[in-house]
Ligand binder design. Structure first.
Ligand code: ME8
Length: 646
């Protein structure tokens, strides 16, 4: 029987759209599970959404909708984003699902039976405006207003009773938290003493009720952490749970380490369940040197990333740029430079030149490897050493180091071609066997490179395999295919194409600038960057004539309804004074149909009609994109319907 491997990402809060930080975690997880599948493991990759809590309840109230409606939209956004980016999760758990409620109740009962729960009083500084306890200080960190000291009934978990048990567990499992520096942080924290933990609230309602005392709902972390077991059958499917638990890796950002490395194992120990095998805590991305924040305008959503570049490009950048555990700085310029130098130049060129020579000199048939000369033997040895390093490093979750090893091989093969000069050998018919051997060696090394890059850049790796004439799906490549001579002499190569287009600096900057607009990728693909009068710099400005081409008019929404099977689109009827038109808008995530009739909006009225999900749209509603979320443009003063915006 094959070994099981279970890995999770955090369950993301649904108060935001997926951004580059979430994408980072999910991409690492995806690379690791692709590698484990290659090793022949039976893999389960769980991700999902954390949907309860005061913030959600409040945000829904502000929008005049039910919390459930709000979380449905965001959860769908996360799920669809990961699917669109080709991230290969097996389970998607939502903390509002029935199976999750059952698991939380079961875990609580088990912890309570063990004598580790008691009813007490929670005290702290409470912000009445925000309806939330604040960690410290007399003023609320969110709204700045003074807080009040409050007391409420709460169930407590006896975390203090777990200090010794946890410390023993850390001693016995020194690699429980990776990297080691973070393990040390956790040990120091626990050595400093543990306070009992409040695990229920009575001050708001959007949460899971505590069994037998429904005045209380669970504290979000008790609820959310349970997602790692509720998604794997705890409380609903014992066989599934037995198969997968304990988890092999919880992959998280460093911000939530304490919850995973201290509270979570303690809850599990109390319930008589095994703690996780490993917590991998990765570093934090800043954007252009600053903490990502919407107000600073340096917020990069997953949708924007994929508007600007293909998935392989940002996968490669995120996985290669920083060692797991370290912080990094994300910049679009850094991404472009990295992609152009590594993927386009190093890998793209190696693949092109090798395959083109096989096509020109051998009519596309893979030549015989023959008996290798010394340089050939050296290359083989280098390949097997690279495969060894790659496996060792990936096994240790040092992904960027594994990728570095592959890049050393790429540059070695490029050098091998330079010193062997196949283009000179090709001129001499007596050296045809040698020419064949050199090209076989280069092509076989290229195959090994593609196999190793499968978990990192799956699209490019699959393209190289196809061009080598190996048409089995990438997933079919087992780690055993890292043995030399897997490429069959006499087989025919596939159709050749460039795997990776170069990112042109000027065009790319325009794309980055326009990334927030829906359809930015398409618009930018055809955009011709212009020179400024001052010279040189790219410029996306337009003149007034171009602006005048777009006709925007004031309208009032008459009716709005959902479109079946679409989580994003609404069908609107809008009154332009002289006519009523039908417009389809991607705003279902933020606006419920009932909230829209009567609103004044701006419509682009001279767009060619289009069909969205089979529904005709005669115009476009104007909205700001706030971190990917649409916010409708409107007027605060009375204005005649049909008035033109100039
Ligand atoms: O914490 N750089 O959810 P969350 C790198 N619901 N990673 C980042 C990042 C950044 N700038 N920003 C976010 C929660 N992340 C809880 C988890 S688990 C039972 C409950 C990633 O939506 C990173 O993985 O705030 C971090 O741990 C996670 O997003 C936090 O996601």
């Amino acid at each position: 029987m094959s070994k099981t491997f279970y890995l999770t990402t955090p369950l993301y809060y649904v108060n935001d759209v997926p951004h580059v930080g979430h994408t980072y975690t999910t991409v690492i997880a995806d690379a690791v599970v692709r590698y484990r599948r290659m090793c022949g493991d039976d893999v389960s990759f769980l991700t999902g959404t954390d949907e309860h809590g005061l913030k959600i309840e409040r945000s829904a109230r502000q929008q005049g909708i039910e919390p459930q409606e709000l979380v449905d939209t965001y959860a769908a956004e996360f799920r669809e984003t990961w699917e669109r980016l080709g991230l290969s999760f097996d389970e998607f758990i939502r903390t509002t699902q029935e199976r999750h409620y059952r698991a939380v109740a079961k875990l609580f009962r088990a912890v309570k039976r063990s004598g580790n729960v008691y009813l007490g009083q929670y005290q702290g500084n409470y912000c009445v405006g925000c309806e939330a306890y604040v960690a410290e200080g007399r003023n609320c960190p969110d709204c700045g207003r003074p807080t009040e000291f409050m007391t409420e009934d709460s169930y407590f978990f006896k975390l203090s009773a777990f200090q010794e048990k946890l410390l023993r567990f850390y001693r016995e499992n020194p690699d429980f938290v990776v990297p080691r520096s973070r393990m040390n942080e956790v040990v120091r924290f626990v050595e400093g003493g543990l306070q009992d933990l409040s695990i229920s609230r009575t001050s708001f309602r959007w949460g899971i009720p505590v069994p037998d005392d429904e005045k209380h709902i669970f504290y979000v972390w008790f609820d959310a952490l349970t997602g790692y077991i509720s998604g794997m059958g705890y409380g609903t499917d014992d066989e599934k749970f037995e198969t997968w638990w304990p988890v092999d890796v919880h992959l998280i950002g460093k911000d939530i380490l304490r919850f995973h490395a201290v509270y979570w194992p303690a809850f599990l120990m109390a319930a008589g369940l095994a703690p996780p095998k490993r917590i991998l805590s990765h570093g934090w991305w800043t954007i252009e040197g600053e903490k990502m924040s919407k107000s600073k305008g340096n917020f990069v959503t997953a949708a924007e990333l994929s508007n600007v570049v293909q998935t392989d490009y940002f996968r490669y950048f995120l996985l290669r740029e920083i060692p797991l555990g370290s912080d990094g700085n994300f910049s679009f310029d850094g991404l472009r430079t990295r992609v152009n130098s590594d993927l386009v130049n190093d890998l793209g060129n190696l693949s092109q030149r090798t395959l083109k020579m096989i096509r020109s000199y051998f009519g596309g048939v893979i030549p015989k490897g023959g008996s290798a000369d010394e340089r050939g033997r050296e290359l083989r040895d280098f390949c097997s050493e690279t495969a060894r390093l790659y496996r060792e490093r990936f096994g240790d979750l040092q992904i960027n180091k594994a990728v570095e090893a592959v890049w050393e091989l790429i540059s070695r093969v490029n050098k091998y071609l330079v010193v062997n000069e196949p283009w000179i050998l090709a001129k001499d018919p007596n050296r045809r066997a040698q020419l064949g051997s050199v090209l076989y060696h280069a092509a076989e090394a290229l195959r090994l490179i593609a196999v190793m890059l499968g978990p990192i850049v799956p699209e490019g790796a699959a393209s190289i395999m196809n061009q080598l004439g190996i048409h089995r799906p990438l997933e079919g490549n087992r780690i055993s295919s890292l043995e030399w001579a897997g490429l069959e002499s006499g087989s025919t190569i596939g159709k050749l194409s460039h795997i990776y287009p170069r990112l042109d600096k000027k065009e790319f900057r325009v794309k980055v600038k326009n990334r927030r607009a829906p359809g930015a990728a398409a618009a930018a693909a055809g955009a011709e960057p212009k020179k400024t009068a001052a010279g040189g710099q790219e410029d996306a400005r337009i003149d007034i004539k171009e602006f005048a081409k777009v006709r925007m008019q004031v309208a009032r929404i008459v009716s709005a309804e959902s479109i079946p099977k679409s989580t994003r689109l609404l069908k609107l009827k809008v009154d332009l004074g002289s006519e009523v038109r039908q417009v389809v808008a991607g705003i279902a995530g933020q606006y419920s149909p009932e909230s829209l009739p009567g609103r004044l909006v701006v419509i682009v009225t001279n767009l060619k009609p289009a069909k969205l999900m089979g529904v005709e749209s005669n115009g476009m509603i104007v909205a700001a994109s706030d971190g990917g979320k649409p916010v409708l443009a409107t007027f605060t003063e009375e204005v005649r319907l049909g008035s033109v915006l100039t």
